[in-house]
Design a binder for this molecule. Sequence first.
Ligand code: 13P
Length: 250
Amino acid sequence: MRKPVIAGNWKMHHAPEDARRFFGAFRPSWSGAQPDILIFPAAISFAAAQAALPDHPRVQLGVQNIHPEPHGAFTGELSAPMARAAGATHALAGHSERRHLFGESDRDAAAKARAAADAGLVPVLCVGETLDERKAGRAGEVIVRQLDAALAVLTPEVDVMIAYEPVWAIGTGETATPSDASGAHGILRRRLAEAWGGERAARVRILYGGSVNPRNAARLLASPDIDGVLVGGASLDPDSFARIAEAARP
Ligand code: 13P
């Protein structure tokens, strides 16, 4: 059985002091099984978040973005080995904001996922269709294309997570229904099974992201195809994120 993951992507929010305050106040109370908790702080707040992290092996930190090269003259960038050395365990690759605001291609996202894996980080490959693609009935085709680019450079031995984040649901207050999200997750898992075999595909955790909040998290997480959530806005407040974490299915 796949263990639920509750992940928070802080994007360009929370300076170091805010990160410290967040962990000072983040006190989820679990009645059942505890999910894995991941936070992706801004790189400049990583060390502060790490210093304030609750002493629990299931609460881990990741980075929001890496450069595919391990080092070099790339002003403003950070590499996967650096993130690993700083204590990160996970790295987002191909977040829709990277794809759509910063022009990253499927190949760029795949290269970053590969670089993360090479450095011992778990890549969290983000995929998702735009509203136009959805309206044109192309959602499945788009997410499979994005996944395929990564599968071309990853091997089944790599520990990887996938986050299905439909672009139209990010920061809009419009959430995919559990059945919409499950449908997309099913498409992704079937594609993984074709590439890596059913047994390996069954172990990959597929998260849903896009306007997840304390009111809709339990409904989404109740679906057996939704292994966790990747939360933006509602992860910034420690109480709201704790309530989402508490909604994880046992
Ligand atoms: P929101 O939860 O703010 O819609 O953001 C989702 C997201 O992009 C997480 O990576």
